[in-house]
Ligand binder design. Sequence first.
Ligand SMILES: N[C@@H](CCC(=O)N[C@@H](CS)C(=O)NCC(=O)O)C(=O)O
Length: 221
Amino acid sequence: MWRLHQFPLCPFSRAVRFALAEKGVPHQLVTAFPWERGETLSRLNPAIQTPVLENGATILCDSMAIIEYLDETLERPPLMGAGAGERAEARRLAAWFGQRFYSEVTAPLLAERMYKRVVARAMPDGISIRNANRAAELHLQYIDDLLDENRWLAGPLFGIADIYAAAQISVADYLGGIDWTGHGSSKIWYSALKSRPTFRVLLADRMEGIFPPPDYDKLDF
Ligand SMILES: N[C@@H](CCC(=O)N[C@@H](CS)C(=O)NCC(=O)O)C(=O)O
């Protein structure tokens, strides 16, 4: 059976978990905290990062490589889009959320509200949190704009762009960084995701010692 090395607030692991669930792939979760630089994670992934998906001799690292592997080996449901143009747009947006949203929103919130609490035992930096919240607001505006054009972020079908965006937003939301006020289109899109059983499993997960806001996993938020 596949084993996914991950931790509950890793947005890249959440993207892989979401894709595994959509593809109906049975898997076990193995908790790995990259900052502990454990022997298993270091052996499996030279970058010492989560996620890693492994099954015996098959070891897959990097969320995008893993999800593309799943999409190439399991036909249904397709996650990358139909033609080359749709796939290019889906990859562009997956990179947007995996790189820009992560560096501007999720990573600072993880540093201030998770790492400092659980590992460094230090006070969070309010300015960094405020900047992350402001950046999140701009990203929600961008999602509103994308949804003016399409039903899902990259086109008419649900796919990898939605998976990446939802994975990042769900972690930022868990850490109190998302305010949906004034973002009706984004909220409707996220509400459709929240009602998918494949995504609800992720929202049920908790990181020890850190609690999400009350509406975090509610369908009515
Ligand atoms: N490009 C990688 C990024 C993975 C990543 O940055 N994972 C974080 C945890 S969410 C990590 O392991 N950070 C530790 C480090 O970079 O040293 C992917 O998509 O899988």
